[in-house]
Design a protein around this ligand. Structure first.
Ligand SMILES: [Zn+2]
Length: 323
């Protein structure tokens, strides 16, 4: 029997009733790569990490990538995830290896879970070789993925390529934005502007949006209005950025997490995902969806049970274009 105080049990029951967890953002082709002897590498900056595993990527075989992705998918199925979207690296180093592994994973688990793939543009899209692989990846994936921060100073051009490609193929776009918890970043605002320019309203999703909470209230509220107007949605990956390093910048007091407590009341669709799992980015993240939801509700002091269930289920389907 369920105790009335047991809010976790209530949420889990509701999540099952709504069709199970939707794990909207992962990087399963990189998961389970961390080793105890390499833990020091987890301290380097995110920008350095984007190139850190280059050598490892070149050595990886399709079978090795398949094994780690398959293990990750099984871990998610075991906790009741019924829909999962994972980014996979498609770039001049990994080439088509993650795509080949992903194809096999989708085929093997197709009766147990709905799997969708997006291409991670970890080498940017402006470099000529990176662009060639981006174009190959764009044909394969279900969702066009992006990382404008990798083309620093040329974020607008990066977004133009992503969104025009997504439009051409009739696919949605998922874009890593505003990751560094600083008001100097305004990538979500740029994403909204580009969504309108490319007439991709309702087809574009930001991932993270951490820096939004570092903006003054008026800037945040203006952004939410513009996001709603352009139908730009967001995916929160709470444990991915709650570890943001201490800094001396003076910004509005907040936790380093997607501000769902403001976004949901502003009418923005927010979904949930674990992001990196047991890799050089996040060595201790284990992909547990309850942990992600718990971090989100605690970090935002957000207790709207109905909305939390939607974040874990139907909002995920919406950001993946399934409803
Ligand atoms: Zn990510």
């Amino acid at each position: 029997m369920q105790n009335s105080w047991d809010l976790k049990a209530h949420l889990l029951k509701e999540i099952v009733a709504k069709g199970g967890w939707v794990s909207a953002h992962n990087h399963l082709d990189k998961a389970y790569l961390i080793k105890t002897e390499d833990l020091e590498l987890a301290y380097v900056s995110l920008q350095e990490k984007w190139d850190l595993i280059d050598e490892l990527k070149q050595k990886q075989t399709v079978d090795e990538i398949y094994d780690r992705m398959a293990f990750g998918v099984e871990q998610q199925i075991a906790q009741g995830v019924t829909v999962l979207c994972t980014f996979i690296d498609v770039d001049p180093l990994i080439q088509d290896k993650s795509m080949r592994a992903a194809e096999r994973v989708r085929e093997h688990y197709k009766s147990q879970i709905k799997l969708l793939f997006a291409n991670q543009t970890v080498k940017g899209v402006l470099d000529q070789k990176a662009r060639e692989w981006f174009d190959k990846g764009a044909e394969f994936v279900d969702i066009i993925g992006g990382l404008p921060g990798k083309d620093l100073g040329y974020e607008a051009e990066h977004l133009d390529i992503l969104l025009s490609t997504a439009k051409k193929y009739g696919k949605m776009a998922h874009v890593h934005v505003d990751q560094f918890n600083t008001p100097k970043e305004q990538e979500t605002a740029l994403l909204v502007q580009k969504t309108i320019e490319h007439q991709m309203q309702g087809r574009v999703v930001g991932v993270h949006g951490i820096s939004i909470a570092a903006q003054p209230q008026a800037t945040r509220q203006k952004l939410y209005r513009e996001m709603k107007e352009a139908g730009v949605m967001m995916i929160a990956c709470p444990t991915a950025w709650i570890d943001h390093r201490r800094r001396e910048d003076l910004v509005p007091s907040h936790n380093s997490v997607t501000p769902v407590d403001e976004m949901i009341p502003a009418g923005i669709t927010v979904a949930l995902g674990p992001d990196n799992i047991a890799d050089y980015y996040k060595p201790f993240t284990d992909g547990d969806m309850w942990t992600e939801l718990r971090f989100l509700l605690e970090a935002c002091h957000y207790y709207d049970l109905e909305q939390l269930v939607k974040i874990a289920t139907s909002n995920g389907r919406q950001v993946l274009g399934l409803i």
